[in-house]
Design a protein. Structure first.
Length: 210
């Protein structure tokens, strides 16, 4: 979280995490396509040989203000390939919310698990308070003929009650349900954190632990 007092904006960071080619990039592209041009920033792509890191920001003018501040949402993806471990950790820094995008293909179960465990390792190393982190899970590619059911995916990842949504990101299905859910959890957590804090008690910039 970063507060721009001059603009009265609360900048929030949401990271889409998951194994390679699970649909992280597709989620961001679909979201960007649906937003009005005046409300979204440029979709920036940092290409690697096998995967991409994408970034853009947008104003959520339909969200209530938080402590008098207008939320501006920054969405990121991370490259899923194993050789980009350092990049994934870097992108997770300062995240207010995470969407874990799992691949519903049975043959990708091992990659889902490895990515899930790797994410938690990074979060622990970065000293994130996991019990307070806003996180949701998306089961993408539910249109595959042999796709694992949402119930099976929950068991596979041992979600322990985390919100999860089936999706077909290439068709836009489930993309905005997932986004609304993670933003709702981010806002609820921040409202709790800011409830007893007066503006004068905050420094000009306020960020999560790095």
């Amino acid at each position: 979280m970063f507060i721009n007092w001059a603009r009265r904006e609360l900048n929030l960071k949401v990271v889409y995490y998951g194994p390679p080619l699970s649909g992280k990039t597709t989620n961001l592209i679909r979201i960007h396509e649906r937003l009005e041009p005046q409300r979204r920033g440029e979709l920036i792509s940092l290409n690697t040989s096998d995967d991409r890191t994408l970034y853009f920001d947008f104003l959520r003018i339909d969200l209530d203000k938080i402590s008098g501040l207008t939320p501006r949402i920054h969405l990121y993806t991370v490259p899923g390939q194993p050789m980009y471990e350092a990049s994934r950790r870097l992108v997770l820094r300062g995240a207010d919310g995470i969407v874990f995008v799992a691949d519903s293909a049975p043959e990708r179960a091992g990659e889902n698990d490895a990515s899930w465990r790797g994410m938690h390792t990074h979060l622990t190393d970065l000293a994130f308070p996991l019990e307070k982190l806003a996180m949701v899970v998306q089961f993408n590619k539910q249109d595959l003929p042999n796709a694992l059911s949402e119930a099976d995916m929950r068991v596979q990842l041992n979600l322990n009650g985390l919100p999860a949504f089936g999706a077909v990101a290439t068709q836009g299905k489930g993309v905005f349900n997932t986004l609304r859910a993670v933003l709702g959890r981010v806002v609820a957590q921040l409202q709790a954190e800011l409830a007893d804090i007066r503006e004068g008690d905050l420094a000009p910039s306020h960020t999560r632990p790095q």
